[in-house]
Structures are given as C-alpha cells and as structure tokens.
Design a protein around this ligand. Structure first.
Ligand code: NDP
Length: 333
C-alpha cells in the first residue's frame, strides 16, 4: 500500500509508522515542520528511507490544509488520520481542541474526495472518548456506544472538550461518508487510555504526550500524597493500537467498522503497584498505601467483533507498564 499518515510526530503515529514500514508499505507522513520531518526520516536506515518521506502540514485547521498532501505520484490508496490535539493545558477549548479535531477531520475527508480519488480506505484515530457517557455509564460499552455530549457541554472544561472533540470529529466522518458517498470507506479506531514505551525522541520533561504523563508523574513523586482519579477505567498498549490501525488499513473486512481496541480494565493503583513491585527505587515516590478507585460495579465492555475483525491479541498491563517505565528512565528523573 501507499499510505498517507497524518501527524507522524505523535505517540501513536510513531508506532503506526514503524509497523507500516516493517510490513513493506510506502509512507508519506505529515508533520508541522521540516525539523520534525527530518528527525522522523533520520530514525530509519537508508534502505527503509526509500519508502518514507514527509510533507509539512503546519496546521490541520487551515482551509484546504491537506489538499496538496493527499496528492502523490503514484497515488495513495490509504490514509491514516491520527493528527488531532490531545492535551488539557489549553487556553481556549474551542480553538485549541474542538475546532482542530473537527475541522482537521473534515479537511482530510474533503481533500481525499476532491484530489485523491484512488484512495480506498481512510482509517481515523477516534477514541473511547467518543463512546463514553460519563453521566450515565451503560452496563456494557460496545462498538455501538456514543458519547451524548453536546457542543455547549463540551465548552465547560478541557476534559469534556477533548472528549467532545473526538465525538464531533467522528460523527462528522461517518456523516460525510453517508452524505457524500466518496470512493473510500472508513474505519475508526476507538482506543481508551493508551500507554506504552515512549519513543526516545518524544520524551522530554517539559512535554510528554498526555496519556504517558500519569506514569511519569508517578515516577517523579507527583502522586506521592494520593493517586489522581483514574478517569476512564479501560486501557490498551500503544503497540497494539498502532497494529490495529495498520491491520484496519490492510483488511477490506474492516470497512465501515468502529474498532474498539481495549485490553481491559485498569486503575492508577494497578499502574502504581506494577511500578512498586518491579522498580523498588520509585517506592518512596509513591503513596505508602495504594488504594484503587476502580468501582466494584465498573462498566463492562464487549469488543468481540473488533477482535475478530483484526485478529487482536492484547499485551498485559504488567508488560506495558514495565516497558513504559524503562522508556521513561531514559529521561533524567
Ligand atoms: P500526540 O500528542 O502524541 O499526537 C498528536 C499529533 O497530532 C501530533 O503529531 C501533533 O503534532 C498533531 N497535531 C495536533 N494538533 C495539530 C494541528 N492543529 N495541526 C497539525 N498537527 C496537529 O497524541 P497521541 O499520539 O496520544 O494521539 C494521537 C491520536 O490518538 C489523537 O487523535 C488522539 O485523540 C487519539 N487518542 C489518543 C489516546 C491516548 O491515550 N494517547 C486515546 C485515544 C485516542 P505536534 O506533535 O507537532 O504538535
């Protein structure tokens, strides 16, 4: 396949890129600057680089942002759209979270339809955020679950805004396909909290991707007095999420599917306990008594059709956290 991967500098996209190249695909990735593009290409050996290049898309919210990027010779047959803001330290939730997610997604959809008619599949990185109903959890979350958040509610705080951003972006994508009937089909990947080894080039004390931050915070003693509330109680390893993206792109049977990739339940206490047991040097930075906030009646999940379609196997939490901590030890703590 020839694949356009948006947001190649991201945590999940880093692994998508690695697996795409390992599986013999040719990839052009979008990044926000030549500096970032050059750094990505440099990570690969000369032979692999023959199948990799980048284009600069500085801001996915600009009108026509992807119109040039989707055009290539030979043409792309697949697009993976991962670029979207996932951070809570924003000044204006509409400008910094909601608009980039929704406009960015609409921009890629329109660009493919107008300028890349050979594309047959768009894999969109959505989220469990677009499924969760925090005010009234269902007993079981499955691929049909939708977050009922409204735009007004989404303006209330950064977490609700982020969840809204993923919900409205995904809605926009399904609606586009229904109304515009383009040449391509879409699959969405809907992961909950994503953990896993943070690639060295992404790890810095100042800026680390949002989902990895809680593990770094624990290692740095920022949760010594008490563990922060867990949030959503489902998780998945970044390597499994990335492989799901690549398989979704490769497998025709995933067309039109929401793919709910999750390894299961977790709480911050589970993460802290793995760190405590496997890395005793961090014990004095963790609470002396580790208490779980996982409710006994926590919602369940059902994702058999996802797992069958993608033939998924998930890494266990223990392995994921050990690998994550080791990767974070590469940063001065
Ligand atoms: P990262 O922050 O590591 O990656 C986000 C990517 O989007 C980066 O490449 C970033 O570029 C790019 N980006 C953000 N805003 C813009 C913009 N306005 N213009 C151009 N590029 C932009 O996060 P993740 O890898 O964790 O997230 C990737 C996707 O996965 C997102 O869609 C997120 O919602 C989704 N997701 C993540 C989960 C998680 O737990 N990590 C869980 C579920 C879904 P740059 O680095 O240059 O800023």
């Amino acid at each position: 396949m020839k694949v356009l991967l948006t947001g190649g500098s991201g945590f999940i996209a880093t692994y998508c890129l690695q697996y795409l190249l390992e599986r013999g695909h040719t990839v052009v990735t979008t990044v926000r600057s030549n500096l970032k593009g050059g750094q990505i290409v440099e990570r690969f050996d000369e032979i692999t680089r023959k199948n990799l290049s980048y284009v600069v898309v500085e801001d996915i919210t600009v009108h026509g942002a992807f119109d040039q990027a989707v055009q290539s010779t030979p043409p792309f047959d697949t697009v993976l759209h991962t670029a979207s803001p996932f951070r809570f330290d924003v000044a204006d939730v509409e400008r910094d979270l909601l608009d980039p997610a929704v406009i960015g997604t609409t921009n890629i959809l329109k660009a493919i339809k107008a300028y890349a008619p050979e594309v047959r599949r768009l894999v969109l990185t959505s989220s469990f955020a677009s499924m969760i109903n925090p005010k009234q959890h269902p007993a079981i979350y499955d691929e049909a679950a939708w977050n009922p958040v409204t735009w007004e509610e989404a303006l209330s705080d950064p977490v609700t805004a982020y969840r809204g951003s993923k919900t409205f972006a995904e809605h926009a994508a399904w609606k586009f396909v229904e109304m515009e009937k383009p040449n391509f089909s879409i699959s969405t990947i809907n992961p909950p909290s994503v953990f896993g080894p943070v690639p060295k080039h992404l790890a810095s004390q100042d800026r680390i991707n949002t989902s990895s931050a809680r593990i770094l915070d624990m290692m740095q003693g920022k949760m010594k007095d008490h563990l922060e509330p867990t949030g959503a109680f489902l998780w998945v390893d970044v390597r499994d999420v990335a492989l799901a993206h690549v398989k979704a792109a490769e497998l025709p049977r995933t067309a039109g599917m929401r793919l709910f990739v999750t390894a299961g339940h977790f709480s911050n206490a589970d993460i802290a306990k793995v760190i405590q047991e496997e890395f005793p040097e961090y014990c004095d930075r963790l609470p002396s008594t580790i208490t779980s906030d996982l409710p006994s009646d926590v919602y369940g999940f059902e994702n058999l059709s996802t797992n069958q379609a993608l033939d998924m196997r998930y890494r266990p939490l223990q392995e994921c956290i050990i690998d994550t901590v080791k990767s974070l030890q590469a940063i001065a703590l």
